[in-house]
Design a protein around this ligand. Sequence first.
Ligand SMILES: *Cc1c(COP(=O)(O)O)cnc(C)c1O
Length: 463
Amino acid sequence: MSRSAHPAGPRHADVLTEGHYSAPPADLNSLDPKVWSSTVTRDKGGELTVGGLEVSRLAEEFGTPAYFLDETDFRARCRAWADAFGRDADVFYAGKAFLSRAVVRWLHEEGLNLDVCSGTELATALDAGMPAERIAFHGNNKSEAEIRRAVEAGVGRIVLDSFQEIVRVAHIAQELGTVQKAFIRVTVGVEAHTHEFIATAHEDQKFGIALADGQAAEAVRRALKLDGLELIGIHSHIGSQIFDMAGFEVSARRVVQLLAEVRDEHGVELPEIDLGGGLGIAYTSEDDPREPHEIATALSEIVTRECSAAGLRAPRISVEPGRAIVGPTAFTLYEVGTIKPLEGLRTYVSVDGGMSDNIRTALYDAEYSVSLVSRTSDAEPMLVRVVGKHCESGDIVVRDAFLPADLAPGDLIAVPATGAYCRSMASNYNHALRPPVVAVRDGSARVIVRRETEEDLLRLDVG
Ligand SMILES: *Cc1c(COP(=O)(O)O)cnc(C)c1O
């Protein structure tokens, strides 16, 4: 499948390439628990409910398109990750997947830590009361102002991404009369995606410092010398939507090798390693993600084995799941508009949102599923492509899926597993008003990020 990304989606000529779809599911009305959040079900009338609330009522109250986030499921996933990794490891939720003040409070209450990668993500986290020492600050181009803010706030760790940044952070910390705990982000030469990974010696990418050619060792050498820094560990993040642990195995082995070199050269055993995020979720019924406890066991076995081979004490492990926590907790609710059957091809179903609320299909050829949720239907399955209302033929939400043939304008359809990288990557293309995020729990629903309004847009446009 093509990974070429045009900023506005696939090139026009790419749009009608052969899709990927299997046979229609046996029952179009069934809701696969793999892709829907835990409180989603159909009521007696056949309507989808989340947290006990019917989608027609939710649509009436909050409008469409809108993201509905299952708070019960979100909190359960936080607990599952925290429990799986236990006391000897730290789970950092990657805020870039979806960040809001309510989410920060939930994370805090459930005992998780938080990754941020901009000054404004940091501001959101601090504003919502996340203790600074539980925040990690990432990014390949942190500004001096951002670094200063993070050091002043007392963030628990800054993940250093370049030689220049090592000096910059040390200098700012010293100026502020403090010592900043830090990790060095290394690139281990592993690129992992879904079921595959590529291991190479060199990496052509903007993040981190290469292990190759002794560069990461040199970075450690410099960081250990600087008074403003306390180097506590090595960080590696290898990809996204990963199902296969083999990439982590190679990455952990290479990171542990570096720890051993550091011990041999400096007599210092760095106490921590951070293996990053990227754990996969089910977007369709064909995906089979691992449970947090399986991932925790696998990672800890890998690290223990590599360390004992190198004669090192096993370091404290951090992980940074973003998608794996928030992704499955939300769905996007749309109202069906124009329906256009193309004889011998497929039926185009247009919804009232599109690439402005979910850019992932256009950007990464991401796959999603979709269901009719305002009612059930016994009609035959029809092959559809769910598209948005934007002026761009790459504006596709679900490339290939089946919906009942009696689908009609005004029906509500929902795309599950849109909790991660949808609202956080939403845009105002065509002056779309970005949809709200509504948290649902135990029969009540409340807006945690409100819908943008025309006034919001016009206020930014100063004329
Ligand atoms: C994006 C990112 C994550 C989270 O990735 P997910 O695929 O959402 O789990 C974690 N750590 C770093 C450094 C990242 O850049």
